[in-house]
Design a protein around this ligand. Structure first.
Ligand code: BES
Ligand code: ZN
Ligand code: ZN
Length: 494
């Protein structure tokens, strides 16, 4: 990536992307573009209104100039989406030498943020899902080919900020695509061992420590709830513990604990799911993916924070040995759980993840992410994660991060009355509320029971946002949700 402050008007890059905002500055900007390129102004004015994601292509000598509309008030999420969508749609027209010129952009978004949105969006737009095809492979996106070069032409005063922003945009995009690969992978290609190997390889490459417990160690440690979910499975479970600190740590760092649900496939267990959309349950490790990706991205960016990541991982399958509704199981916390529904398995493995985290690491802030309930999807649809927290300040910080990044969260309550639903006659708690209502909230209350009353805890139910419809695939696919949100949260609050 190259950052420059001037464009050579005699020699444009073969592909030049020019973001433009709609509104009062547009006529002037188009006037200058007409002067530079010799394209008649009237034609430009007629063809291009700079509405969000409008694209108009000019042929200037050997080069193509793509005017990209960012609308009137694009924030970071809108700009990101416009660049991403452009890179995807124009894959065939783009050259490997691509320029992005902010010279004519006069919108509200500062140059550094526009740069980050451009780099992050363009790279995400190159994502290809067909990893397991043997023929009809799509061509490699020009921006990902060996000789690809991306040049950003930015205002001189913002050059240094833009350089940092471009690198951040690229670092985050590459990790987002790696976790999208994980979430999109079918369960037979991502056994729990694959998540564990991913973490180990990532830790080695980016310099953070990873400890992986295998089944024997999980047994010796007493992670009983994870073992209970794994009873129906052929593949052994793993318990992944990651720890990151910046290389040059100055003073005391805030300690943030992240836990992610790593169910590599959720059949429901004996409380088996209907088959129609069961294939989507390969995405039931979306919370784990968000935690893995955040660890990696934080290490790449050397964020000034002490991060602990915990991922319990198993699939939830059917077998003679599988746990049955009514079984009472133990857990790492020592508390017993009456299993009413084996499909409420995510909360079981997270119960051990959370209890292990609070006992061994005592983080200042504790955040878990999980594709936990269909109830959260029925409540907020595919547009926002359900946020639960016992700490108003933390909830607000996560909400602000979601506004900045476009990875939306919306808070739901955690009032004690909802916990009454989980009282069991035979064990310390049951894994399902008595009535089939407010399921996302009772799930959150269940998790809270295993946080050892941590005063700064937040839970994100990402069932609706980790995996969904997109303009890039015909079936639902991974969104990469969580990495950008958490990195933004960490950057602004630690
Ligand atoms: N993995 C599912 C939740 C889910 C649903 C994720 C839809 C993504 C999309 C979870 O383990 C589950 O099965 N939850 C049940 C809980 C119920 C048995 C209380 C649900 O939400 O139906
Ligand atoms: Zn389930
Ligand atoms: Zn599940």
């Amino acid at each position: 990536m190259i950052i420059s402050t001037k464009i050579d008007l005699d020699q444009y890059p073969p592909s030049l992307i020019v973001p433009l905002s709609a509104g009062e500055h547009l006529p002037k900007a188009l006037g200058r573009i007409a002067d530079e390129t010799g394209v008649p102004l009237s034609a430009l004015q007629q063809e291009f209104k700079a509405e969000l994601s409008d694209i108009h292509t000019l042929y200037v000598g050997e080069s193509r100039m793509h005017l990209l509309g960012l609308g009137k008030q694009a924030g970071f999420p809108e700009a990101l989406k416009a660049f991403r969508s452009f890179a995807h749609q124009y894959a065939k027209q783009l050259h490997t030498q691509i320029g992005v010129s902010l010279t004519h952009y006069h919108g509200e978004l500062p140059a550094a943020q526009t740069t980050e949105a451009a780099v992050n969006g363009l790279l995400l737009g190159t994502y290809q899902i067909g990893r397991f095809k043997t023929k009809d492979l799509p061509e490699l996106h020009p921006l990902r080919s060996a000789g690809a070069r991306l040049e950003l032409i930015v205002p001189a005063a913002a050059k240094d900020d833009c350089q940092i922003a471009a690198e951040r945009g690229s670092a985050i995009a590459m990790t987002q695509m790696r976790i999208m690969d994980l979430v999109n992978a079918p369960s037979n290609k991502k056994l729990p061992a694959v998540l564990a190997e991913w973490a180990q390889q990532s830790g080695e490459q980016y310099g953070y420590s990873v400890q992986v417990m295998d089944k024997a160690e999980i047994e010796a440690t007493g992670l009983h709830a994870l073992l209970a979910v794994n009873r129906g499975s052929e593949a052994p479970p793993f318990f992944i513990i990651m720890e990151y600190k910046p290389k040059e740590a100055a003073g005391d760092l805030p300690k943030v604990g992240l836990a992610g649900k790593g169910v590599t496939f959720d059949t429901g267990g004996l409380s088996i799911k209907p088959s129609t959309n069961m294939h989507y349950m390969k995405s039931d490790m979306g919370g784990a993916a968000a935690v893995l990706g955040t660890m990696e991205a934080a290490a790449k960016l050397q964020l000034p924070v002490h991060l602990i990541g915990i991922v319990p991982t198993t699939d939830n399958s059917v077998d003679a040995a599988a746990i049955k509704p009514s079984d009472v199981i133990d857990s790492y916390s020592g508390k017993t759980i009456e299993v009413i529904d084996t499909d409420a398995e995510g909360r079981l493995i997270l119960a051990d993840g959370l209890a292990y985290m609070t006992k061994h690491f005592q983080p200042d802030t504790l955040i878990d992410l999980a594709t936990l309930t269909g109830s959260s999807v029925r409540t907020l649809g595919y547009h926002a994660a359900a946020l639960f927290s016992n700490d108003d300040a933390l909830a607000e910080q996560l909400y602000q991060a979601s506004e900045r990044t476009g990875e939306r969260v919306w808070r739901l309550p955690t009032w004690e009355v909802y916990g009454d639903e989980l009282k069991s006659d035979v064990a310390d708690i049951r894994n399902l509320g008595i009535r089939p209502m407010s399921g996302a909230i009772t799930a959150a209350k269940f998790l809270e029971f295993f946080t050892a009353d941590h005063p700064h805890w937040a839970h994100l139910d990402i069932a609706g946002v980790a995996f969904g419809d997109s303009e890039y695939t015909s079936q639902k696919s991974a969104s990469g949700y969580g990495v950008r949100l958490l990195i933004d949260y960490l950057q602004h609050n630690t």
